[in-house]
Design a protein around this ligand. Sequence first.
Ligand SMILES: [Zn+2]
Length: 210
Amino acid sequence: MNSPPWAYRLSISDIDAHYFEGAPDETFCSNCDSLDKIDYIPNRLNVHSGRIGDIGNTLDGRTVCRSRFREFCMLAAIDADFVAIPGDGDLFVFLPTKRIKFSPDVRPVRFIDSCKICGRFKEVIGSIPPYFDVDPNFSFTGILRSDLEFGAGRGKAPILIVDNATGRAMKGSRFRGLTLVGIDPFTTKSQVTAQGPQGPQVSPISRLRK
Ligand SMILES: [Zn+2]
């Protein structure tokens, strides 16, 4: 990649813990297992092996971080919620609040098994690289989350991207558990059509987010 990337995708290491371990059944849709109680916070994370770095993804798709990463975001004025996990001292659930529209018509997205109870899908499978439905001159600052969430059941989660300048500062901070993957210089819908999409690389979010 010769020119600087338009943005970076946050590729976050998995940690060996389930965020929803022990969560009551009513936290989820009884049919498709999608999350109903979006403000659910566990008392603590039962990490089975290994460590949690500055940021990590639980095996069921929640992003958690340490205060080191949180402080960086606060200094950078990144719009995000940080909710402390009570029994874990220095650990927060991290969720950016600004959204960007994913383009399912540029990169195919598979919506599997719509739920008769809640209207959501049991599984949503995305593709690499992500494409976003924005104007060619669109620029942003901070971290954005995709409007679509990918994965299955309770483990569905958005893709997170960060602008180039903030991403470079993040790289400089060497956060443990975080790799920043450049997203190609801006690719609009029409450019993709002109070049021809390079074949759908459909993959589950567990691979997509790594
Ligand atoms: Zn459902």
